[in-house]
Design a protein around this ligand. Structure first.
Ligand SMILES: NC(=O)c1ccc[n+]([C@@H]2O[C@H](COP(=O)([O-])OP(=O)(O)OC[C@H]3O[C@@H](n4cnc5c(N)ncnc54)[C@H](OP(=O)(O)O)[C@@H]3O)[C@@H](O)[C@H]2O)c1
Length: 274
């Protein structure tokens, strides 16, 4: 089949990441972003991405896939708008945290519905993305998977796991970036140039991921143990992390994010949230 016609509703950060990746997709015949304001112009959108933005909702007509990329609190209004202009939309693909398939189905009873959670690394094709389908035929399912694969690694999952996956992998880049910022700030305190510190910290995370990927048969714990010499620098660092309750801090942070995903879904005033 020829490429799909895709309209993304919402012109925020995630929408920009999707557009950047999909603009050159061989699986897409037409791509537009439906914006409700011109705020995207001050949000760092590239010139090329801005070219596909429109405020004309007629783009919703005759499209194959509508992507819901608005905040959960705005999901109802945006979905009602889609249903009004294009009641028989073929596939509605939602990236809105916490908004359930059942909630979406109350507004679009006859559409194929896809709930998914890519992360911001979609922009460079390195997202890890969970996806759940409901009422989607096999052809459309294949098209959606092709589009999601272009954003990075995609894993089909029961919908019940999407809230925790939102916390772990949707918010995940922020944990990694905060961690990197701590390293860079400390490196600067030690006297390193900021640019050099940043470059080295980024390469270190990349290198560590590549090493662990290349040794996926080995446990993470064992790979850690290979960096730790008794009485050495790494052990001194790990001792401090352990004494400060690092594992508990991470568990609390991830649990708070998962809980928030559920609360955000409840903010979308729709039935269908268990
Ligand atoms: N950012 C991430 O890393 C990430 C990762 C995974 C999933 N998500 C999910 O993606 C969704 C969007 O997140 P975001 O970070 O991109 O938020 P954002 O930057 O605040 O963007 C939301 C966009 O939705 C627009 N919008 C709201 N109602 C609309 C409507 N009825 N019609 C058209 N546009 C409408 C807003 O317009 P204005 O500009 O006029 O306000 C804004 O451009 C959220 O549900 C979030 O859970 C985000």
């Amino acid at each position: 089949m020829e490429g799909a016609h895709v309209v993304i509703v919402g012109s925020g950060n995630l929408s920009h990441a999707l557009v950047t990746r999909w603009m050159t997709s061989p699986h897409i015949a037409g791509l537009q972003v439906l914006a409700r304001s011109e705020r995207y112009r001050v949000k760092g959108w590239s010139q090329a991405a801005m070219r596909v933005v429109t405020e004309d909702d007629q783009c919703l007509k005759d499209t194959d896939i509508v992507v819901l990329a608005v905040k959960p609190k705005d999901a109802v209004q945006a979905l009602q708008h889609v249903a009004q202009v294009s009641p028989g939309v073929r596939v509605l693909l939602s990236v809105a945290a916490g908004v359930t398939i059942a909630q979406i189905r109350t507004i679009l009873p006859a559409s194929g519905i896809v709930r998914t959670m890519p992360n911001i690394c979609s922009q460079v094709g390195r997202s890890v993305t969970g996806v759940a389908f409901d009422g989607v035929n096999s052809l459309d399912r294949q098209i959606v998977l092709e589009l999601l694969h272009e954003l990075g690694q995609t894993t089909e999952t029961p919908e019940s796991l999407l809230d925790p996956m939102t916390a772990l992998f949707g918010s995940g880049p922020a944990y990694v970036l905060v961690f990197l910022r701590s390293i860079v700030d400390t490196a600067i305190k030690f006297g390193m140039e900021p640019d050099v510190a940043r470059q080295l910290a980024l390469q270190m995370v990349l290198g560590t991921s590549e090493l662990a990927l290349s040794e996926s048969h080995d446990s993470l714990e064992h790979i850690v143990s290979r960096v730790v010499s008794p009485g050495g620098t790494t052990e001194a660092m790990l001792d401090v992390l352990q004494s400060k309750g690092w594992q508990n801090i991470m568990e609390s942070a991830l649990s708070a994010a998962a809980e928030r995903a559920i609360q955000l879904g409840a903010l979308a005033p729709l039935s269908g949230r268990a």
